[in-house]
Ligand binder design. Structure first.
Ligand code: F6P
Length: 513
């Protein structure tokens, strides 16, 4: 069964939202606090180890109610059901979208694949699986791009506190200098290479894998490839040709999209680095968020509320971007990861009826860690002409127990959301120091940066992305735009006599000079 195919702009809640927006778009967030007695209680959600406060938004209670009616009118509840029950919701590729099944141990195929991940990671971490010369494995190199890279890199860094000792490295870009530099640092005797490509047609990954293979043969031997290389792919022939033994080939089910694949075999590097018990906790945390998403009423449903706020700013205030600002240096790669998850999913302009949309779709996602970002781009957020809706993410406790410095970090988190909203009036002394405030933010407070909570956090954003796509009538799980660039690059590389425009042709000539 397919997802509903409703143009949201034709619905009565959308029309009423416009009327409401026209009435209140000049209000200051302060006014909402004055008028709505229970604003903080009504605009906050306490769930498991999470607390979301969305009261600091340019959104009245009336508008929020209309946004939840939009969920009803677009059949969000039914659509969520179809997402989780394996309906073919990726219609343009005739596929189900079931990455959520990778974290809900109900399925035999999933459990079998998970056991393989656990076995490999346990064997490496306990020293049962050694390098070809009998030495313990010390390093892992993950070769893959996009969904086969961003999630594993982000999570291994985010959870580096939980590391069992193996050092991860990532080769994604086709930049020969980067790969050559990395090779200088590693020893083939003690390094395992994981080649990750769902399709095994991605040129960057194929080229990097071949470069590493040639280096490995020169510095170790062809025969040892079978023990030092692991393939994660649903192409079964290519790994065999490469020389990999069949027990070192893990598959990616067709119903798992690249950008949502870190929960399964693509997450092998995560499981090796943090250990299989922590990896299972990571999956459990994500599954708990899925249960919350499936079962909570819209107004108390964290992913749904975040999605509605995003649609509100994107379509009514015409904000083009939204920022993700984690107050943890370990989450420095979260914005990059969310860029792919979100922008590859909802960056579309044709709706599920095959018609050109007449409203705004995917927002531009960007961000950086606090406090670093405060000393970089926050000036524009405070005094610029743009409204930048943002998610501020903080953790209650420091991992190493340095509560004194952690308090400084979290004071900054609090100070920024407060200052963005309230601003500061200088009553005429120096107009340049005047700060209007009225800048929106969500505050997400999480107990601790651990595998379970990180799993919940990523699943929260995945489910937000689904909700936005569902309401905006998009097919969120294909990426035809990216496919075009890939095929043009191949033709240029092959020197095909193409119908290139004059600008590209001239630039090509310059590159060759
Ligand atoms: O960037 C486009 C894309 O198709 C992503 O969706 C995917 O994660 C990435 O390329 C890598 O694809 P593969 O795993 O097949 O090499």
């Amino acid at each position: 069964m397919a997802l509903s195919k409703i143009n949201p702009t034709k619905l009565s809640s959308w029309k009423k939202l416009f009327q409401q927006f026209n009435k209140e778009n000049n209000y200051h967030i302060n006014d909402f606090f004055k008028e709505e007695n229970n604003r903080v209680e009504e605009f906050s959600i306490n769930w498991n180890n999470f607390y979301l406060d969305f009261s600091k938004n340019r959104l009245s209670n009336n508008s929020f109610k209309l946004l939840t009616s939009l969920c009803e009118e677009t059949n969000l509840k039914d659509n969520i059901e179809k997402y989780f029950n394996g309906s073919i919701i990726n219609e343009t590729e005739s596929r189900a979208v079931l990455h959520t099944a990778l974290r809900s141990s109900e399925n035999d195929e999933v459990n079998k694949a998970l056991n393989k991940i656990i076995n490999i990671s346990d064997e490496i971490n306990t020293g049962k699986r050694l390098g070809y010369s009998g030495k313990r494995i010390t390093d892992i190199v993950n070769i893959g791009i996009g969904g086969s890279h961003l999630g594993p890199e982000m999570v291994t860094e985010a959870l580096s506190y939980y590391s069992k000792g193996i050092k991860p490295h990532f080769i994604s870009n086709i930049d020969p200098d980067f790969t050559s530099k990395l090779i200088e640092k590693i020893n083939p005797e003690t390094t395992i290479f994981i080649i990750v490509s769902k399709t095994f047609t991605t040129i960057e990954t194929l080229e990097n894998a071949n470069k590493i293979r040639a280096w490995f043969i020169d510095n170790a031997s062809k025969d040892s490839i079978k023990d030092h290389f692991i393939f994660i792919s649903n192409n079964t022939e290519a790994p065999k040709k490469f020389g990999v033994s069949s027990e070192n080939i893990l598959s990616i089910p067709e119903w798992v999209g690249g950008r949502f694949s870190l929960w399964g075999s693509v997450g092998l590097v995560i499981s090796i680095v943090i250990g299989s018990e922590n990896f299972k906790d990571f999956l459990r945390g994500a599954n708990e968020m899925d249960i919350h998403f499936k079962s909570s009423p819209f107004e108390k449903n964290i992913p749904v509320v975040l999605a509605l706020i995003s649609i509100w700013y994107n379509n009514f205030f015409k904000c083009e971007t939204e920022a993700v600002l984690p107050y943890s240096q370990f989450l420095t790669k979260l914005p990059d990861y969310l860029q792919q998850a979100s922008m590859e999913s909802n960056g579309k302009s044709i709706d599920r009826n095959g018609e050109k949309v007449n409203y705004e779709t995917g927002s531009i996602v960007w961000g950086s860690t606090g406090t670093n970002a405060q000393h970089a781009f926050f000036q524009l957020m405070h005094q610029g002409t743009k409204i930048i809706p943002s998610d501020f993410i903080a953790f209650k406790r420091s991992l190493y127990g340095d509560s004194k410095q952690h308090e400084i970090l979290n004071s900054n988190f609090l100070a920024q959301t407060n200052a963005l909203m309230l601003g500061k009036s200088t009553s005429g002394e120096n107009i340049h120091k005047n700060i209007d405030g009225n800048k929106p933010s969500n505050s997400i407070v999480i107990n601790k940066l651990d595998p379970f909570n990180l799993g919940s956090l990523i699943a929260m954003y995945e489910n937000k992305i689904f909700t936005i796509g569902s309401i905006l009538n998009l097919f969120s799980y294909d990426q035809w735009g990216v496919e075009l660039g890939k095929s043009v690059a191949k033709e240029i590389l092959a020197g095909k006599d193409m119908d290139l425009d004059s600008s590209t042709r001239k630039t090509m000539d310059q590159l060759k000079k």
